[in-house]
Ligand binder design. Structure first.
Ligand SMILES: Cc1ncc(COP(=O)(O)O)c(C=O)c1O
Length: 378
């Protein structure tokens, strides 16, 4: 089945108890036993498993082409479980431009717990190879990256990881399973912040892991999911299932609009650089064209005049919402270095745009007036 069909139907059947077409939300935290102590439906207690989450997990596995999926309370909870599944003394290779929460988790939490990490330029497979040590147990990739949209060659880096005997985990949040298929490109696990495109409406927080097989590692991840307790509520699972139904069609709109906005910004007199892998001159274009079926809805733009000029654009927009996050129907803009704080490595003039599902011409008009206003000091 194609992804549009999977998104509508996977993990989703008419409710056998009632005939309800929209799935019920199972709020119960506990499940009845038979007189002999058995659990007739296999559910015991909601932190371990519940019918709404199970339905979502089946859908997530199908969507990403995996055998099994685990839903978490946030993307960071899913990432934490992956790192906690390793042992103190193990080593991780991760991108130096990873989502700043992932980099901070490695540095501020996991390092104290004994997990070592080396941050490298993931666009350079030789650098990844050089960073691998005999204790490397995981290679973490994120592509396109946040916020400079650097593109990692997933097949190449997962082959490096495989040769080192370490699994390769891909944060596929920005691309989504609609545009990029990490398990087919050799990755051993996919991670999502479902808060973003999968949810798609800026109204839920969630995370997911999808694996190609049910094995010892996924059993350990499930133990961490249950004992760590960072599980999504039944309502968030239901909202996420609803969001996923329209994901493939929303991604078409995000890609189409982002391409139009990138084309407008490219060569604009107030703009230094546009980071968008769909632009033929972008350093990641060739690899992205090979491994993605569309270039996504995210782009970053470096405005001439540094932080001051960038902040003036942010102040001047009328249609874009000034907010962090991404993947919702509404377009968002943010000055990334301000959000990341004093340790940020992001260029000071960089604005990150999450391109929504408004009409592209309205988005272009808004950016045009904001860039003109900022340039003339209005
Ligand atoms: C690429 C990426 N990974 C992970 C996360 C963390 O996800 P969450 O906020 O759901 O914990 C984010 C959040 O912005 C992200 O953009």
């Amino acid at each position: 089945m194609r992804i549009e069909t999977l998104a509508v139907h996977a993990g989703h059947a008419v409710d056998p108890a009632t005939g309800a077409v929209s799935p019920p939300i199972h709020l119960s935290t506990t499940f009845g036993r038979e007189a002999d102590g058995s659990l007739p439906h296999g559910f015991l207690y909601a932190r371990g498993d519940n019918p709404t989450r199970r339905e979502l997990e089946h859908g997530l596995a199908a969507l990403e082409g995996g055998a099994t999926a685990l839903a978490f309370a946030s993307g960071m909870a899913a990432t934490s479980a992956v790192f906690q599944s390793l042992r103190p003394g193990d080593h991780v290779v991760a991108p130096r431009d990873a989502y700043y929460g992932t980099a901070r988790l490695l540095r501020d939490v996991m390092a104290g717990w004994g997990l070592e990490s080396t941050l490298v330029d993931m666009t350079d497979a030789a650098a990844v190879e050089a960073a691998v040590t005999p204790r490397t147990r995981l290679v973490w990739i994120e592509t396109p990256s946040n916020p400079t949209l650097a593109v990692t060659d997933v097949a190449r880096v997962s082959a490096v990881a495989r040769a080192a005997g370490a699994p390769c985990v891909c944060d596929n949040t920005w691309a989504t399973p609609v545009l990029q298929r990490p398990l087919e490109l050799g990755c051993h696990l996919v991670m999502h912040s479902t808060t973003k495109y999968l949810g798609g409406h800026s109204d839920l927080t969630g995370g997911a892991l999808v694996a190609p097989a049910d094995d010892e590692w996924t059993a350990r991840l499930r133990t961490l999911q249950t004992l760590g307790g960072a599980v999504p509520s039944a309502f968030d699972c239901w909202l996420l299932m609803r969001g996923i139904r329209s994901l493939p069609w929303r991604m078409r709109g995000h890609c189409e609009n982002a391409a139009a906005v990138a084309a407008f910004l490219h060569g604009h007199p107030a703009v230094d650089v546009v980071h968008y892998p769909g632009l033929p001159g972008d350093p990641g274009h060739a690899v992205a064209a090979r491994q993605m079926s569309g270039f996504g809805g995210m782009l970053s733009v470096q405005v001439k005049g540094g932080a001051e000029a960038a902040l003036a654009v942010v102040r001047a927009v009328r249609l874009f919402t000034r907010a962090t996050s991404l993947g919702g129907t509404e377009s968002l803009i943010e000055h990334r270095a301000s959000v990341e704080g004093p340790e940020s490595r992001t260029p000071p003039g960089l604005l990150r745009l999450s391109i929504g599902l408004e009409h592209a011409a309205d988005l272009v008009e808004d950016l045009d007036q904001a860039l003109r206003g900022a340039a003339t000091g209005r």
